[in-house]
Design a protein around this ligand. Sequence first.
Ligand SMILES: [Zn+2]
Length: 129
Amino acid sequence: MKSPISNEPMLVLELAGIEIDYCPLTNGIWLDAGELEALYEDKKAAEDLLASFKSEEGNREKKIRCPICNKKMEKVLIQTRVVIDRCSRGHGLWFDEGELLQVLEMEPGEGEGKVSGLLKEMFNHQLKK
Ligand SMILES: [Zn+2]
């Protein structure tokens, strides 16, 4: 799969047993449909999160294309804090650098979530190379 930002092939990385696609040039991450839910340990929180996504029609960030169907993706606002790109056909979600971590840290609970910890470790490792 090619990165919707750099158009270069993405790397497949494993995060907590889930395969994610990572763009090494921009540090962006693509999640196929269902993968964000799978990364959340609390399934109810994941459902609430997805239900809270709001389409941002007036957003002026550059539109990018879905790496699966190549249609322009829509901007969605998550809990008034993070704007990500979503394929309106339901193929998946694109997170620019750091955005996936912000979203994972919205998971309610004590202290740092396991998955966000793994993600930080992975990125430190990636960035050192
Ligand atoms: Zn698509």
